[in-house]
Structures are given as structure tokens and as C-alpha cells.
Design a protein around this ligand. Structure first.
Ligand SMILES: [Zn+2]
Length: 79
């Protein structure tokens, strides 16, 4: 009786190890897309580097070259 229980336990243990190894092999072959960190997106305010845009030294916003700053509250804005 005891030998039969031990045999059944050994079979279950072997099946468990086989299941874990197969599952690990299947999961290892697939790329983890959900856990992969996405590359950080660049800040949109720093990517605007057009030739006809200048950055306001007072408030940091971009405005067309040759025009005064139109940002409300900016010290460089003409009143
Ligand atoms: Zn400004």
C-alpha cells in the first residue's frame, strides 16, 4: 500500500516537472511584449528645432523668428 502511494507520488512529481519544463520552454521562446519597457519618448518641446522658430529666453516657448513673444505672462511679451 505504501509502495503504491510512493509510486503515484513519483509519477505526479515527474508530470509536474515535465509540465514546468515544457511551460518554461514555451514561454522562453516567445518575447515578452507586455513586460518589455517601451523606449522613452523624447520631449516634444525639445524636438522642435525648426529654422524659423526661436526659443523665448524668458518663458522657453517657441515662436516664429522676428515676432515678439505672445505667451501670456511672459516678461518678454510687449505690453
Ligand atoms: Zn516668452
Amino acid at each position: 500500500m505504501f509502495a503504491l502511494l510512493f509510486k503515484a507520488f513519483a509519477i505526479l512529481l515527474a508530470l509536474g516537472l515535465a509540465y514546468v519544463s515544457i511551460k518554461r520552454a514555451v514561454l522562453g521562446s516567445q518575447p515578452k511584449r507586455t513586460e518589455a519597457p517601451s523606449p522613452p519618448s523624447p520631449k516634444p518641446t525639445e524636438t522642435i528645432e525648426a529654422d524659423d522658430l526661436v526659443r523665448c529666453p524668458s518663458c522657453g516657448t517657441y515662436r516664429p523668428a522676428g515676432q515678439s513673444c505672445s505667451t501670456p505672462g511672459c516678461p518678454a511679451r510687449p505690453t
